[in-house]
Design a protein around this ligand. Sequence first.
Ligand code: FE2
Length: 342
Amino acid sequence: MRIAIVSDIHANLAAFEAVLAHARSVGYDSMVCLGDVVGYGPDPVECVDLVREHCEWTLLGNHDFAAVYEPTNFNTVAAKAVFWTRAQTLEGEWLRRRIAELQQARDEDRISDAEFLDRKCGAEVEQRERVDFMFRISPRRILLDRYVCVHASPSRPVNEYLFPNDVEANPKRLERNFGLLTLPGPDGDRRVSAIVGHTHCPGFILEAPPDPVEIARVEAEHARTHGEGAAPSLLEMARARIPRRYEFEAFPVGADTWTPNDDEMPEGCRFILNPGSVGQPRDGDPRASYAMLEVGENGARDRFVFHRVAYDIGRTQSRLRAYMAAGAPLDDWLAERLERGQ
Ligand SMILES: [Fe+2]
């Protein structure tokens, strides 16, 4: 069973179409979306429609929340883009444009009055269904096979960033988030891994085993205090207090595809994996990014395969710039950053 995992499409239709075509060529059984369907890019309507068509479920990203409700901690460029997105989608700009096109076609006798009315009603129904879908994107946390899926972090599923450099700069944040990754089971709590989006950086944060030198030191200290073989539960508690180590494994620079091997993703170690962003990659590689989860059959290990997909960046940039030329409050930085992958 293959599950395509897409995230952070950000209204980049050219990128999403390329990823859909790539995933089709690889083959998949279902597709899921970790959120941020809209925001930044020029084609929110088309991307929402494709997500509705192709994804089994969609999590709520901070930009989806912002479009429907309000932006939270957005910079000025992102906030302006989100209000523009809201106008295009929920406030009906798309529908107004569509009706104007149809009116023009009728005025130029390219379609009849009856055809005009029929297509206008169709567009209105389409708009209602789209708005309804956007209001219904509400899940913050979904279990996929044995993985907890959230847009941002297990602790704050819509807004918290888990950056690659947190492995050094903020291990406490990672400890708090890994600490939340347990699921109740008949034989007690089960520790699981997570799949997240939000940072737009493909790779995974690995919870590595504690340092063996530190384990030996704690065991020797315990033996000195309690005697060899005494108070095993106290020894367990002491071992549990040894700080965890975290490592970030990034998608290899320049590769087209990456399947982490057993050294990179050791069996039994938990991880928080990010498939990267379809519509606005930020790891320096401008190609669209997504991942495929291959669920292991008959006790075999699951495999994750990351893919990078080249797409027509110029097409998305031209669309953004055409809207800007027509007065949309979008910033050229949104077009420019796409070619730098930042
Ligand atoms: Fe995002």
